[in-house]
Structure formats: C-alpha cells, structure tokens
Unconditional design. Structure first.
Length: 279
C-alpha cells in the first residue's frame, strides 16, 4: 500500500514537469510537419510506411526521454535535496521507496504513450488525407478508400505504440536504479547508451556466436543478459503480420520480457540504495 501511495504521488509530481509537456508537443509538431512533406518514394504504400515508422521512432525517443527526466526529477533531485529524509523518517522501507518511484516512472511513461497515441493518430490521418488530395488525379482510390485505410493505420499504430512503450518500460527499472546512486547526467547517459546498445546486441551476439570460440559464446550470453534486446520489442512489418494473427501472444511475451528486465533493474536499485547515506 505504501508503495502504491508513493507511486501515485510520483505520477502527480511528474505530470507537472514542464519538459514532459514540451516532449509530447514537440513529437506531435514534428510528425505534423513531416506528414505534409513529400517523401519521394514514388509509392503511396512506401510513403505511408515512412510516416508510420517516423511516428513510432519519435514516440519511442520521446518516451525514453520522459523516463529519463522523470527518474532524474523524482529520484535524483529528491535524494540530493534531502527531501527523501522526510519520507524515510516515516514507516517507509527503502525498497518501498525505490519500488514506488519505479512504478511512478512507469506510470508516467504509460500516460505519455496514451497521450501520444491519441494525438499522433489524428495527425497521421491528416497527413494521409492531404496526401490523398495531392494525388487524387493519379490515385483516386486513396480518397475513396480513405477511412478503411485510416482505421487499418490506426490499428497498426496502436499495436506499434504498445511495443514502443514496452521498449521504454524495459529500461525504466535501470533508469530508476541509476538515479539512486549517480548524478542525473550519468544516469541519463547510461540509460541512453543501454537503449542504443539494445538495438545492436542481437546482431552482435549472433556474430559472436558464429565465431565458434568460447569467448565469443560467453560474450554473447553475457551481452544478451545485461542489455535489453530492443530489436525483440521493435515493431516491424514482419512483427505486424504475426501480431495481427496473435496480438495477445505478441504483446504478452513482449510485456513479460520488458517486465523481467525492468524488475531486475529495480532489484539492483534496491541493493544500491540499501546502504546509501541520505543525510
């Protein structure tokens, strides 16, 4: 119960951070601008795919920055300003503090993705509609089938947003743990580095295993254990076709993977905060 109370207070505090509002508005403005620009692929299918890829990439980056800024504001600053002393002077255990802050960061990221989905889908529709009007003399079917294509796009973007959220959610535990012991700049740099490494760890692990050496195999196992494989949670056309047949399985396995990695990060944060002096 105390953990949930801390989480709710953290979410309320985080939603008043101005930079979070700037990130959401900036993501929508970026997609709105790009949606009105020609993409020169000579194919309406490829043009729409580029726009959807941009939406998911923008949402993922915005969500990652929200997680970093939220963790820095509600964990690092609270410890550095010693306001955590007031909380720990009450019957609140240190693990409850860390777990509550993590749940608050995770909840803030979830709210951000809900807001991004609600704002970005209509923005994409606007881009699709203006594109259909520009090409109505060559591709009249774009206007005739607009709403059917629009709902298919919204369905695909919704599933893509869930997977993007899981990409960020996997790192919320690590971001919270780093903020417990390190300055905001260090924790932000490390979290971004883990995200970037996670996009290449799968390919690097396969290359290391292909070498056939013991060090290569050991390095591949170690890398995939320490770094969250972002490619496993990324939304791709192949994943889209599979998830269309088994949406619950696709999202469910991704959620379990993200939760396991996030909980491992939270456990590390509990251990790091256990003996830290806060006075």
């Amino acid at each position: 119960m105390r953990t949930l109370t801390i989480a709710r207070a953290t979410i309320r505090e985080a939603l008043h951070i101005p930079v979070l509002h700037v990130l959401v508005i900036g993501a929508v403005v970026l997609v709105a601008i790009v949606g009105q620009m020609p993409r020169f692929t000579m194919s309406e299918v490829d043009d729409l795919k580029m726009l959807k890829d941009l939406v998911l990439a923008t949402a993922t980056l915005a969500g990652l920055l929200v997680a970093i800024f939220t963790a820095a504001n509600v964990v690092t600053l609270e410890i550095e300003n010693w306001t955590v002393v007031t909380l720990l002077s009450k019957p609140v255990r240190r693990w409850e503090f860390v777990a509550g802050k993590w749940l608050g960061v995770l909840g803030t990221v979830a709210i951000t993705f809900v807001a991004l989905t609600a704002l970005l889908v209509p923005t994409v529709w606007w881009g699709m509609w203006t594109y259909a009007l520009d090409w109505q003399n060559i591709h009249p079917e774009l206007s005739a089938n607009f709403w059917a294509n629009a709902w298919d796009t919204a369905n695909e973007l919704a599933r893509g947003m869930v997977m993007s959220f899981l990409q960020v959610a996997a790192l919320t535990g690590v971001a919270t743990a780093l903020c417990v012991r390190t300055p905001a700049v260090v924790s932000a740099t490390a979290t971004v580095s883990l995200f970037v490494a996670g996009n290449f760890v799968s390919s690097a692990a396969r290359a290391a295993e292909a070498s056939g050496s013991f060090l290569g195999t050991f390095g591949a196992v170690l890398a995939t254990s320490l770094v969250a494989d972002q490619s496993a949670l990324a939304f791709s056309p192949e994943a889209a076709s599979w998830a269309a047949k088994m949406p619950a399985a696709a999202i469910g396995w991704g959620a379990l993977y993200a939760l396991a990695y996030a909980l491992a990060g939270v456990l590390g944060g509990v251990l790091l905060f256990r003996h830290r002096e806060v006075i």
